[in-house]
Write a protein that binds this ligand. Sequence first.
Ligand code: GSH
Length: 207
Amino acid sequence: MPPMTAAAAAPSITLHYAPHTRAGRVRWLLEELGLPHQLHRVDFAGGEHKGDAHRRLHPLGRIPVLEVDGVAMFESGAMLIYLADRFAPGTLAPALDAPARMAYLQWLFFVPSHLEPPLLDAAIYDVPAERKAAARATFDDALRVLGDALADGRPHLCGDAFTAADVSVGSVLGWARGAGFLDAHPTVLAYGRRIAGRPAAKAARAD
Ligand SMILES: N[C@@H](CCC(=O)N[C@@H](CS)C(=O)NCC(=O)O)C(=O)O
């Protein structure tokens, strides 16, 4: 009789989050993965993220933080890569040797490099009007790049398959759509709307 192998125990996953923050993209991916997880809603308004307990998880006092089996990590983009590689290799994360892996990583890094900084300045941060206008123009340039990538009619950034890169880009497009910044970019607007309608995306916006 072959030796019995114990089924791998399900990992214990906790996401420290607050609504309308970068935690949303991690929550969206957890929903796409169908992974059981705990949510700890950080009292953002009350400054919980600046307290000692949270700073032990994220020394800069920011969110999100992801804990897996008691090990904590910060940086939402890194969380997406980790979760998709570990729990959906070859689907939500293209395989290491798949051609789509290159576009996948490219778009994941495009978010914090070229989408978030100008969008935050243009839509959210209290910055001088001149800087706001410049940020809006920079954001428009980045949206044109996204629109060109989708211009061949592909449903998702890496081709047919929906990946964690769509989650990351889609989360930023949600903020931009709310600010009306996608109105001049119909292809990007349609893509953003479509992926925001996925059941997992809706579940991640429960609060
Ligand atoms: N690059 C980090 C950024 C983390 C970050 O700045 N999060 C914001 C919320 S979206 C935050 O915690 N802000 C609180 C603060 O700056 O004090 C990531 O993607 O996780």
